[in-house]
Design a protein around this ligand. Sequence first.
Ligand code: LMR
Length: 394
Amino acid sequence: MFERLQTRPADAILALAQMYRADPRSTKIDLGVGVYKDANGHTPVMRAVKSAEHKLWETQDTKVYTSLAGDPAFSDAMIALVLGDAVARDSVASVATPGGTGAVRQAFELIRMAQPGARFFVSDPTWPNHISILNYLEMNVERYRYFSEETRGVDFDGMLADLKTARAGDVVLLHGCCHNPTGANLNLTEWQAVIDVLLETGAVPMIDIAYQGFGDGLEEDAAATRLVAASVPECIIAASCSKNFGIYRERTGILMAISHNTEARKLHQDTLAFLNRQNYSFPPDHGARLVTMILTDDELRADWKAELEAVRTSMLDLRQQLADELQRLSGSDRFGFLAQHRGMFSRLGTTPDKVETMREKNGIYMIGDSRMNIAGLNAETVPVLAKAIVDAGV
Ligand code: LMR
């Protein structure tokens, strides 16, 4: 029966994590998988999460199933966090999902059910798992230009030109903030221009927002998502709690389908619950419950926000340190983009050969496309990385 199974190509991000673990060098530096690390290379449980877990342990008296869509209080709290008051609450259908990836997968399935021939326009590059899941679901993938190798910023003219080729029945996948893997992002004027193209073409936006709070701040990072949701007739949002609550392994995410037609909303809600039932029945609850407790308790929420803000500013400091050190060593301003990028990642914009040289010679692990996890650095490793980059001739 299983003879026809084939070996699958390894996921580049996860394969790199394995290589890093196998490297015996004590000086190795992990800039691979997107996980926040403090200056000691540790990924701590956030204080508010610990407190909520403690409280939950004391007060939770049942583990009985929630509903297929997850606890409604989680939906309310997350919709408010991501969307603020951009849209009416009753225009949003939502389900809790196993992580942001679960939300992405359910979104793709929802769209496949609604519009089997839909083309998905994805940024070039995008998070590789977007494409992998779309291919697995046998959906059509189109790439729109996004990253300029020259400026290491967004190729905005190319992006708009490519998005203009979308049409009604297509989906445009956008990163709400902190673009993964490049770190290059649109400003709000550019977002407005993208919205204008969406309205012209009739393509539906799907926003993946996995790093809210890691870029310019919790509200600032949600601004584009809110603007899109308020401006278009229909919109899908996949949000992750993995990074901003640091609860990676708890698998906590949410999928929202927004429609300003209340009839459609009910259908969306029923379909999303159906999809949860088909795929895993009830979504995981532990992480979602912690998030709900934190977002609905003034003290826990304030503490979470303060810790998240410290995480965000530490990454900004590392960006600046790295850009300054590279400027000093190279005598040029060409690495200034590192301080402009936002979120956990920056794409250095170099060849896989040079990435490999840095791995072999210096024990620096970044993804083959030269994506670096800035949170993998600290004050001691910034100069080591900067020297390796300059020595490799980047
Ligand atoms: C990443 O891009 O490194 C993270 O989103 C982790 C993952 O699952 O790939």
